[in-house]
Design a protein around this ligand. Sequence first.
Ligand SMILES: *Cc1c(COP(=O)(O)O)cnc(C)c1O
Length: 377
Amino acid sequence: MSNPKHQIPNASEQHASVLEIDLAALDHNVRYFKKKLPSKTKLLAVVKAFSYGLDAIEISKHLEKQQIDYFAVAYTEEGVFLREAGVKTPILVLHAQPANYETLISNQLEPNLYSSYTLQAFSKLATAKKLQEYPVHLKFNTGLNRLGLAPNDLPEISKHIENTAIKVVSIFSHLAASEDPNEKEFSLRQIEAFKNCTAQICSLIKHKPILHMSNTSGILNYPEAHFDMVRLGIGMYGFGNDAKETAALQNVGSLKTLISQIHEIKKGETLGYNRAFIASEPTKTATLPIGHADGIHRSLGNGNGSVKINNQHCPIIGNVCMDMIMVNVTHVKCKEGDEAIVFDSQQMVANLAEKSDTISYEIITGISQRIPRKIIS
Ligand SMILES: *Cc1c(COP(=O)(O)O)cnc(C)c1O
């Protein structure tokens, strides 16, 4: 993964589309979650996948000034990207893979050791490199069945935690359905399982590792799972569990573009690939420089999704192209060069998600890196 800013020099001068990032809104959201937590509870900010598609460097560098205890990324390369930008805060790599351990160590990134195999591999490498108490994190599977150690890995764990080349600085797990009140019983069982595993490991080591289990909806729904630290992701970017929580949060990312061209098409004429739109009346259309390669799902075409121009909803008509969409502006006062808003509120993101049969996470993480990011605050 190379720096997108290196791929497209002066991108903002070349591209009409822009993803604006409101750091004041981000600060508001961080404060909102901090207020929900006891003051001693540490905060880990999840900045994987370019900070949920927004801007990992700008957001991490900004958060670094606001007493964030930890960052988390998914992959080693994402952590290297932050280190190269000068981020100094500890970074947990949630899905660190043995092939990248050398890179990880040389960038002072901290691996999640999620299996007997990764624990052995890292412990062996740390010994060979004569490291001293290199910080590592153990992840337990308590029901998500994605990544994590199991109780029957305990004998293997006890062998390695005596190795002074590594130090278990945290133990964590991940809730499978923390947003779903119908799954409360399952979540409570996960929390119990986590307490049991951590009690056993903590009895084997002298220091007290940081325990953590909650993502955004865990913070909101399970105070009993706050432990020593929480991992805040989607909530920081403005999305809570439900409409009420979301209303208390502020929108961080806004995706905007400019009208490239306006066409007046006659009744019976068609528009776009496969002639998917047929004008049933004289129709004014606006062509926008953003398409499925930018994260506008193809399923939003043919009247399903819309953008906002001069405060009016304009349906996307015809098929979504790779680099463009066309919208119906028959009844909207607008001209070439006017602004079109793909989303500037959490509700608009939620609508796009619903119409393309996905969740807000996928809408924001799917905004392509060719769209320049612009920081506003
Ligand atoms: C992505 C992720 C999070 C953040 O989840 P949100 O629902 O966005 O708050 C926390 N923990 C782990 C292990 C993750 O992979």
